[in-house]
Design a binder for this molecule. Sequence first.
Ligand code: FAD
Length: 440
Amino acid sequence: MAIPAALPQSLWAATAPAGPTLAPLAGARRAEVAVIGAGYTGLSAALHLALAQRSVVVLEARSLGERASGLNGGQVIPGLKTDPDELEEIFGPERGARLAASAAAAPDVVFELIARHGIACDATRTGWIQPATSPAALAQLGARAAQWQRRGAAVELLTARAVGTLTGSARYCGGLLDRRGGTLQPLAYLRGLARAVLRHGGGIFAHCPALHLRRAGREWHIDTPSGRITAPAVIVATNAYSGGLVGALRRSVITVPSFQVASAPLTAAQRAGILPGGQAASDTWHLLRYFRLDAGGRLVLGARGAFGAAPTPRSCRHHYRAVREIYPQLEGVAFEYHWGGLVAMTPDHLPHLHELAPGLLAGLGYNGRGVAMATLMGRLLAQRTLGMSDAELAFPVTPLRPIPFHRAASLAARAAIQYLRAVDLLTRARERLRGRASWT
Ligand SMILES: Cc1cc2nc3c(=O)[nH]c(=O)nc-3n(C[C@H](O)[C@H](O)[C@H](O)COP(=O)(O)OP(=O)(O)OC[C@H]3O[C@@H](n4cnc5c(N)ncnc54)[C@H](O)[C@@H]3O)c2cc1C
């Protein structure tokens, strides 16, 4: 079988340590649990199951790291998009509080796995910054910080001056520092998880798409082009790349492209003052910009990508403009990498854990916060597979709800994104006219 070799030409593919050699499945095999998809969700689930002495195999349609888990910004973000007070309103005080606490602790799961399994992935835990682009956004961050502080979390509201010092940008009017967050090299982390799965007896097969899934008696049969897996329990971890295998899963999320650019390594003079504490940042524009330095001193900036276009210097010109706005001192710096992938958004902005049929689980929909959340979801899926009840689980098991008129909804989401882009552009143009290019 011909195996396509190359990963997308990302900064991460150029700088990650080599991953394990993985082949497709050959023939028939039985396992206690089969996992479909080798991103963070699938590999974290497989690792937690292998650590619990279960025989587990993972099927991956492509090369390891070709999809979101090998491409993302490597920002380890605590919590969900929904703030803890609202979670308690939605799910009730006990369940909501548990859900908020476990999502907030998701970075702990990541950094503990990295430490326990000795994963070399440039992990740092100096915090995550949300710089505010307007006084209204800052007021919202103030409410968020207060909610977390009431729960004893290391989250603080920052003045414009403090954000200026932490980011090296005068562009923001304040912000929030969440010390529970951090950064990592995303592909190195993924490859490290894969090695840990293999070391603990799990199997991973790459270039091995699950084509059909069917239940016969108490077993599930998964057919691939080169063999079949039989298992009583299956975890579907295909997230934004869910295809027709479980069509309703694909229709339960809206996928949007996110592109990133990485500069050439910055000189000491260019780098002076830029993110000196090594934090990552995601700002509060409707179409947010997220940025950080990598271990080699390159600026990595991501933002919403163009629908239907590949990430190229041309399709990433908004990214260059964003860099000039945030860091005018980097005018003229060269950009050496352009890449991108798909993000799965849910209508309620929450990740979803579904039990699709007896022995068939799925977890997806991290709304751009999957480095920590997908790792946590993998652990939740493993716990559920091992028999944890819905009441004991930190996240609720919810019914799968395909989005009605999914195609039309996807088109409406594109239109909404264009509208929000226009709102952001107008706001920035108005600020320039008023001469407000900086807040400090
Ligand atoms: C450009 C970009 C930047 C991002 N930045 C951040 C960030 O900084 N911080 C953050 O927290 N989150 C970020 N995210 C989101 C984060 O990367 C994802 O939420 C997370 O990686 C999801 O992991 P996953 O395992 O669920 O999905 P994936 O990593 O997408 O894995 C799913 C896997 O399933 C496989 N698959 C699909 N169908 C089949 C099949 N039939 N058979 C076998 N395998 C199959 C796919 O090939 C894929 O490898 C970003 C995402 C993108 C695209």
